[in-house]
Design a protein around this ligand. Structure first.
Ligand code: SAM
Ligand code: SF4
Length: 336
C-alpha cells in the first residue's frame, strides 16, 4: 500500500489528542471464563462475522499509514485464534517502517506452544494476565483454568527472550492478600507487574461491587513495605509506573475509577467484527467490516475520520451498589 502523508492525515481527535496506538481484539472467544470478565455461558460470534486474517491485516496497514505506531493484539484470548502467528508476521512486516511495536495481551494458557513463534514474528514484549498463583484460587477466578499451563507459558516466554508484564486485576476478598507476594515473585522472575481496577463492562452473572478494590488503598498497603516513586516509563497504555524501593520490578497502576487518565488517551480499539470503539466506556462506534466488504479500503477511510470525531473527552465509569455494568459490552469484545 502507498504510504500517505502523515502530516495531512494523522489521526487527531476533536480534543487534539493524537491517536498512535491501536488495540485489536482478534477474537471474542476464550478458553477461560474469568468471573469479572465474562458470563459462564457466553454467546460467541459466528465465524463469518469475525474479520479474516487478510481483513485485519489490510486494516492494520491502513492504520499504520495514518500514523498508528503501536499495535496490541488482544481479545478474548488471541492465542485461541489458529492463524494468530501468521497475523503477527503480517503486521510485523511494518516493524521499523512506520510501526514501532506489535505486542500481545494473553492469558498465557497457550504461550508454551507459541512463545518462540511470536518472538520470531517480531514480538518483543507481552502482557500476561495472572490474578493468582494459587491453583485452587486461579481455577475459581477463571472458572476452571489450570495455573500450571500459565506458569509453563511464562517460562517459555522467558526462554524465547520476550519481556513480560503480569496483569493482575485487584479483587477484594479474592486476591488482595496475594498482591505483595505477586510483586516479590515478579521481581524474582524479572517481570513487571500492573494492577488493574475492575471496570463495569458487561454482565458476568456476578456483582463486581463486592470485589471492587480501589488501587489507592492497595498502593497505601504496599507503601508500608516499600516506598513507591513515580517513574517516567510509559508503554503507550494507561498504566502509571512506579519504582519499588529495594526491588527491580516496576509497578504499574491502571486506575480507571480512582484516577481518570483520559486526558492523554492515545488509543482506539477495533473489535474482531471490525467495529472501531474510541473509548472502552462508550457505545459510539463505526463499522469498518461492512464498509470494507462492500466498498474496499476507500470506503473505510471516511469512517476512520468519523470515528475520530466520536472520541469522547473521557469515560464516566462509576462502580457501586446497582452499577456493576455501566457498559453492556464485555471487555473481551472490545479488547482489554
Ligand atoms: N484473554 C487475554 C487476557 O486475559 O489477558 C486478553 C483479553 S483480557 C479482556 C485483557 C485484560 O483485561 C486482562 O488483563 C483482564 O484481566 C482484563 N479485564 C477483563 N475484564 C475486565 C474488567 N471488567 N475490569 C478490569 N479488567 C478486566
Ligand atoms: Fe478470557 Fe482474558 Fe476475559 Fe479471562 S480476562 S475470560 S482470559 S478474555
Amino acid at each position: 500500500m502507498d504510504m500517505v502523508d502523515p502530516a495531512r492525515t494523522a489521526l487527531t481527535d476533536a480534543f487534539g489528542r493524537r491517536i498512535s496506538y491501536l488495540r485489536i481484539s482478534v477474537t471474542d472467544r476464550c478458553d477461560l471464563r474469568c468471573r469479572y470478565c465474562m458470563a459462564e455461558r457466553m454467546q460467541f460470534l459466528p465465524k463469518n462475522q469475525v474479520l479474516t486474517l487478510e481483513e485485519i491485516a489490510l486494516l492494520a496497514d491502513l492504520f499504520i499509514s495514518r500514523g498508528v505506531r503501536r499495535i496490541r493484539l488482544t481479545g478474548g484470548e488471541p492465542l485461541v485464534r489458529r492463524d494468530i502467528v501468521d497475523l503477527v508476521h503480517r503486521i510485523g512486516r511494518h516493524l521499523g517502517g512506520g510501526l514501532d511495536e506489535v505486542t500481545l495481551t494473553t492469558n498465557g494458557t497457550r504461550l508454551a506452544q507459541h512463545a518462540q513463534a511470536l518472538t520470531d514474528a517480531g514480538v518483543r514484549r507481552i502482557n500476561v494476565s495472572l490474578d493468582s498463583r494459587d491453583p485452587d484460587r486461579f481455577a475459581d477466578v477463571t472458572r476452571g483454568g489450570d495455573v500450571r499451563a500459565v506458569i509453563d507459558g511464562l517460562d517459555a516466554a522467558r526462554a524465547a527472550g520476550l519481556s513480560v508484564k503480569i496483569n493482575m486485576v485487584a479483587l477484594r476478598g479474592v486476591n488482595e492478600d496475594e498482591i505483595l507476594p505477586m510483586l516479590h515473585w515478579c521481581d524474582r522472575q524479572g517481570f513487571d507487574l500492573t494492577l488493574i481496577e475492575t471496570m463495569p463492562l458487561g454482565e458476568t452473572g456476578e456483582d463486581r461491587t463486592d470485589h471492587y478494590l480501589p488501587l489507592t488503598q492497595v498502593a497505601e498497603s504496599i507503601r508500608r513495605h516499600h516506598a513507591l516513586s513515580p517513574v517516567a516509563h510509559r508503554t503507550g497504555g494507561p498504566a502509571r509506573y512506579h519504582a519499588v524501593q529495594g526491588l527491580k520490578v516496576r509497578l504499574g497502576l491502571i486506575t480507571p475509577l480512582t484516577h481518570n487518565f483520559c486526558s492523554d488517551c492515545n488509543r482506539m480499539r477495533m473489535t474482531c467484527e471490525g467495529k472501531i470503539f474510541m473509548c472502552l466506556g462508550h457505545e459510539d462506534h463505526v463499522d469498518l467490516k461492512t464498509a470494507l466488504r462492500e466498498g474496499g479500503l476507500a470506503a473505510v477511510e471516511p469512517l476512520i475520520d468519523r470515528a475520530l470525531r466520536l472520541k469522547p473527552a473521557r469515560h464516566d465509569f462509576r462502580i457501586g451498589p446497582g452499577v456493576s455494568a455501566a457498559v453492556q459490552r464485555h471487555m473481551s469484545v472490545t479488547g482489554g
